[in-house]
Design a protein around this ligand. Sequence first.
Ligand code: ACO
Length: 390
Amino acid sequence: QPINPPVVHQQAGPEIHRGLAGVVADTTAVSRVNPDSNSLLYRGYPVQELAAQKSFEEVAYLLWNGELPDDEQLAEFESAERSLRRLDHSVRRVIDEIPTSADPMDVVRTAVSVIGANDLSTPDSSVEANLAKSLRLFAQLPAIVSYDQRRRHGLDLVEPRDDLGYSANFLYMTFGEVQEVEVVEAFDVSMIMYAEHSFNASTFTARVITSTLSDLYSAVTGAIGALKGPLHGGANEAVMHIFGEIGLGDGAAERAGLWLDDTLAHKRKVMGFGHRVYKHGDSRVPTMHTALLTLIEHYDRPDLLALYDALADGMSARTGILPNLDYPAGPAYHLMGFDTASFTPIFVAARVTGWTAHIMEQLAANALIRPLSFYTGTPERHVPPAAAGE
Ligand code: ACO
């Protein structure tokens, strides 16, 4: 059964499902999004339970292998991940050639492409080779994202620390100092929340590319392109731009109301709200909201909370449309000290786990993804014969 009632556009000819809304394109065992019970399961486990009890490394292992690691498996996995964290010189050289004014998503996309071009195992599509490639990307993306943020501020690369977990090391490489435990935990929760979400646009892009029997790096590069758009991953950045337009401080609630009235009157989308699948709230929001509250207290920023609440309440009162994960995640990354332009690259570092799990699943039972279209252009006509003598 389709998850949502299909959006069918009636016209002469076949049923058209624009945006593939409501279309069930394949099966997956990676995750289950259930909008009715407002739940999200990774390999059967509720994402809230994983966020409360497991690390992002354990969740990556789960997504790729189908089961949580035991102590020995986790130790082996963590040690392999830590050994791969250093940015390859060739990747660094290519990043250094890109102007610092470039969109960080373009930097990440290019870096992943270079990693693929340098990896001799790129054409090997065996499960072992693809697990190794997935781990390489998982381990290297924090170095790419953190180095790109640092070079935009004229700062040098910080080498990874092998004694720190994934999230503590990601923050350390970005800010040059080990961050406090509440901050590391909130960041780890955000990575778990962003890790996987069934057939979203970027994951589907990765599966389409994989279905042609292209390689894992090509599929991830394409997925990064899909995630860049403001209707998908780019929304977490847009939330901070909205906060900037409205402005923090006294009168924020009133300004948020006026801003919403104007935006909705002009039929513009309010980024960070709404979802294709969840129509009664995004299952990931409560957990990320709690993480954001911890950060607001940690950094003592009630002004940010006042604007955050005012916009969400105003949107709900006017439209009934509820926040999606990007709404609490954007301000959380802002409080941690990330540039707004780094937010979607962080999403890449998280979602690479889900993308690669889907790439491997697609390959295990591949069918070329190639839908049909209904032609509405000019009816058949013929090129006029050339006039005699021409
Ligand atoms: N702001 C204002 N109106 C909205 C919003 C919004 N954020 N979301 C939906 N609507 C309205 C639409 O204007 C439309 O109204 P209409 O019927 O009067 O034309 C109606 O709700 C249905 O919206 P659609 O865009 O057709 O629904 P769809 O399922 O395609 O939308 C989407 C999902 C694209 C995510 C949409 O809600 C949106 O654009 N949100 C803003 C972007 C965003 O936050 N994206 C992040 C997604 S989650 C993630 O990537 C982690």
